[in-house]
Design a protein around this ligand. Structure first.
Ligand code: TXE
Length: 479
């Protein structure tokens, strides 16, 4: 059994009330360890530890903070195989993906913000009436970071790295569904020389441990990634306490394909943007709209490629689609396939649970393509967050723009075309925080990242994150 502990003040602790939760391995459905179900008291301990570390950490030179963050990054890289294996086992994702994307990106998050903090400048304004204004960017104090299960270490560190780079101390909670790499991170932080208490990691359920973080009156900012309903709940709790909030929530992203695109590139990338990480990425293009003139060709080619994807055990190098993250999530995704059928959707391929020999109790599902009769149906409006995409044809720009924008979400959109005017018009009018043209998930960590509408508020990434994790104070000096 691989049991994990809370990381508080640089040490590893059992939960005070000794309550534990089972941790499942999605590839075989077995319990392989236990994690703390932390209470308010554990969160309070984590808070106190962060609070007492803050005066010293916030005064630590930028060079020293930068050095420690970069050291954490190097140690993650040196432990790539161990972390990738742990991530794959905990989450069900193919080990090849964890090795190529999740863990390298977690290391990049620390390196990026270790460098970014050395370049973070604030404004000054010289006034005509013999005064100068300059803006201080001061760390907030103790901040809360709460992350989901789909990209566990990747998203956890995307919040923690800018928070500590900016001089804050952190109480963080990874998803209870995928806690393992966050636990391993604590050890790396000690090894890198991160002072005790700068980062504290408490494990447990959202409704209790997470709730204790968001309710804590002295945790002054919350950075959250997860479901839209949870985001709305957090906003309700945190707003009356005037906490700063960054909420990165769900998506139902359009993938819009025009006949003039580079077809092969589009086809290969669309397979990835549909099914990478079993479709469990908030940026996946789960609604595919195809220009009518190439619709039948695309349908045939796409379905052939999707049928060739191999569903298998995450540890096998040849696996394209691993296990879904949990049994309840698998059931939720299967239910959406039933809803699609009831709404007269046509299952072009997939739709069934898969039994992988030797791992019969794992949570495997075929990649599924559904042809939908209209864009109003539930599978085209609600976030499924699994290996399921819908396809339908469109006839002109205005029609597809209207359909693309007709969902409550607005995280990202992908556009495939070589027409410049169309690119400019559509990029301006798509209701999304991120528009990719002729690519998908190409990330530059300096760029603003986040969504509009029910996909959240605030932006992560680059200086946006450093602004979020600092308070601006203007100083006006008359001379
Ligand atoms: O997310 P939750 P879940 C979507 C996706 C998925 C759905 C639910 O559609 O099916 O959300 O997934 C913590 N106070 N996304 O259940 O519940 C929780 O413990 C404080 C999109 O995993 O939002 C976990 O650490 N914290 C998404 C984190 O919030 C609370 C990625 C996310 O959990 C809390 C994942 C509370 N009251 C799911 N309740 C994306 N945008 O990438 C829960 N949590």
């Amino acid at each position: 059994m691989e049991n994990i502990k809370n990381y508080i003040n640089g040490n590893f602790h059992n939960p005070i009330q000794n309550h534990w939760i089972d941790n499942y391995n999605p590839s075989n459905g077995e319990v392989y360890g236990q994690i703390p179900n932390s209470s308010k008291e554990d969160v309070e301990q984590a808070y106190k530890s962060a609070k007492s570390a803050f005066p010293s950490w916030s005064q630590t030179s930028i060079e020293e903070r930068s050095r420690i963050l970069i050291k954490i990054s190097e140690l993650l890289e040196a432990n790539l195989d161990r972390f990738a294996k742990a991530e794959s086992k905990d989450n069900g994702k193919p080990i090849s993906l964890a090795k190529a994307v999740d863990i390298p990106r977690a290391a990049s998050n620390f390196r990026f913000f270790g460098n970014a903090i050395t370049q973070f400048a604030s404004e000054s304004h010289e006034s005509i009436n013999q005064a100068i204004n300059y803006t201080l960017r001061q760390p907030i104090g103790v901040v809360g970071c709460i992350s989901p299960w789909n990209l566990p270490l990747y998203l956890f560190t995307w919040k923690i790295a800018p928070a500590i780079a900016a001089g804050n101390c952190v109480v963080a909670k990874p998803s209870e569904v995928t806690p393992m790499t966050a636990y391993l991170l604590g050890k790396i932080c000690n090894e890198a020389g991160l002072p005790k208490g700068v980062l504290n990691i408490v494990h447990g359920l959202g409704g209790s441990t997470g709730q204790a973080i968001i309710e804590h009156e002295n945790i002054k900012a919350i950075s959250f990634t997860g479901g839209t309903a949870t985001g709305a709940h957090i906003a309700k709790v945190a707003a009356p306490m005037f906490k700063k909030l960054s909420l990165e929530l769900g998506g139902k992203n359009p993938n819009i394909i025009f006949a003039d695109c580079d077809y092969d590139d589009m086809l290969n990338t669309t397979v990835r943007s549909s099914f990478a990480n079993q479709g469990q990425i908030c940026l996946c293009g789960s609604r595919i709209f195809v220009e009518a003139s190439i619709y039948e060709k695309f349908k045939k080619d796409f379905v052939n490629k999707v049928k060739a994807l191999k569903v298998g055990h995450p540890s096998e190098v040849s696996t394209n689609i691993g296990a879904l993250v949990s049994k309840p999530h698998l059931e939720k995704v299967k239910e959406y396939i039933n809803i699609a059928k009831a709404e007269n959707g046509i299952i072009l391929c997939g739709g069934n649970q898969v039994t992988v020999a030797g791992f019969e109790n794992g949570y495997y599902l075929e990649p599924t393509v559904i042809e939908v009769p209209n864009d109003d149906c539930r599978v085209n409006q609600e976030e499924i967050f699994g290996p399921v995409v819908t396809i339908m044809p469109f006839h002109n720009e205005d029609e597809v723009l209207q359909m693309a924008n007709k969902v409550k979400y607005g995280l990202s959109a992908t556009l495939w075309t070589n027409n410049l005017k169309r690119t400019m018009k559509m990029s301006n009018q798509l209701q999304a925080g991120i528009v990719w043209v002729n690519t998908w998930m190409m990330r530059d960590l300096r760029t603003p990242f986040g969504g509009v509408k029910a996909s959240g508020i605030g932006r992560e990434g680059g200086f946006e994150a450093l602004r979020f994790f600092t308070e601006a104070k203007n100083v006006c000096i008359k001379y």
